[in-house]
Each structure stands twice: as C-alpha cells, then as structure tokens.
Design a protein around this ligand. Structure first.
Ligand code: HEC
Length: 154
C-alpha cells in the first residue's frame, strides 16, 4: 500500500499555480481501488492459510474449520477484485503493468480462482479429507498462476 501518488498530487497542487481538483479526485480514487484490491487479496490469504497448513500437515486436519474457511474463500471470490485494477494503477504497487495489455487473460485467471473456490466450498461440505486437500491444491494453484504473471516479485 502506498499513498505517494496522492501526496505527489497534493504537493504539485500546492507548488503549481494551477490546482486541478479533478486530478486530485482521480488519484484518490486510484488509491481507493488499490486499497480495495489489496484488502481483498489479504482476505483471500486469511481464508487460505489454515487450509494450506492442514493440507501440508503443519496443522491437524479439522473438517469444521476447513469447511468454514472454504466457505469464506468462496464468498470472498464473489467480490469482483478486477474492479480494483483501474488502468494506470500499477505504480508503487506489486501489480505488473502488463495486466492492462493482457486484460482478458487477467480476468480469465480471476475466473479460474472463482470457479475452483466454488468447487472447494462444494467439496468441503462433503467432509472427504482427501478430496478437500486435492481441491485445495487446485484452488491455491490459481492464486500462484495469476501472481506468476501479474504480480511483481519482491
Ligand atoms: C487475477 C489475478 C490474481 C489472483 C487470481 C490472485 N491474486 Fe493476489 N495479487 C494479484 C496482484 C496483481 C497483486 C498485487 C496487487 C498490488 O500490489 O496492489 C496481488 C497481491 C496479493 C497479496 C498482497 C496484498 C497486499 O497487501 O499488497 C496477497 C496476500 C495475495 N495477492 C493473495 C492472494 C491469494 C491467497 C489468492 C488466491 C486465493 C490470490 N491472491 C489470487 C493478483 C491475483
């Protein structure tokens, strides 16, 4: 998260003799979109983590917890995170500028997550541990699949 864009507009606004209110509003809404997408991503991580730990065996398997996290993740993926990626909002974030060159593919990668997370919710209600872990793997792969292409390495 970075507020430099807003600060920069404020400073150039004070220094410059002309002050374009609309430019300021535009950069504020860009920051809002960035905050939105980063909070949604953080929400995904919250739901994903214990299922990942259970799948890896770092945590004892708990079908009730797994089911509730699978439900939470599926609900969270019903938010359209792509709304949080307005054109030109890569600067000072981990978003790759090529997102906007490959917009259709970026959206497809998000739909892949939505589909797998919905399936994970369905499988989790069965209580079948092996099936849940297998479907978790498929779901987590869609996070990595998008990050590999469209998120900058730290
Ligand atoms: C359609 C592409 C896409 C998918 C699918 C996706 N991400 Fe992301 N994710 C991104 C991009 C792009 C960023 C960088 C955003 C930024 O820096 O503003 C990001 C950033 C993040 C961050 C860092 C947020 C922050 O505060 O900077 C986390 C955590 C994260 N993703 C978790 C996940 C998890 C967990 C999943 C799967 C459940 C997932 N993401 C699925 C594209 C995606």
């Amino acid at each position: 998260m970075n507020k430099r864009t807003i600060k920069f507009s404020l400073v150039s606004c004070l220094i410059g003799s002309l002050c374009y209110g609309s430019a300021l509003i535009a950069s504020e809404s860009t920051q809002g979109a960035i905050d939105f997408r980063e909070s949604v991503m953080t929400t995904f991580k919250w739901y994903l983590q214990p299922m990942g730990a259970m799948t890896k065996g770092d945590m004892p398997f708990d079908a009730t917890l797994f089911k509730s996290r699978a439900e939470g993740l599926a609900n969270a993926t019903r938010l359209d995170v792509t709304e949080g990626f307005p054109l030109g909002s890569a600067e000072d974030t981990e978003a790759q500028p090529k997102i906007w060159d490959d917009w259709d593919d970026f959206k497809l990668k998000y739909e892949a997550l939505q589909k797998e997370a919905t399936e994970l919710q369905r499988v989790a209600s069965s209580g079948d541990e092996a099936a849940m872990k297998a479907q978790f793997g498929k779901t987590a792969k869609t996070c990595g699949g998008c990050h590999k292409e469209y998120r900058k390495k730290k």
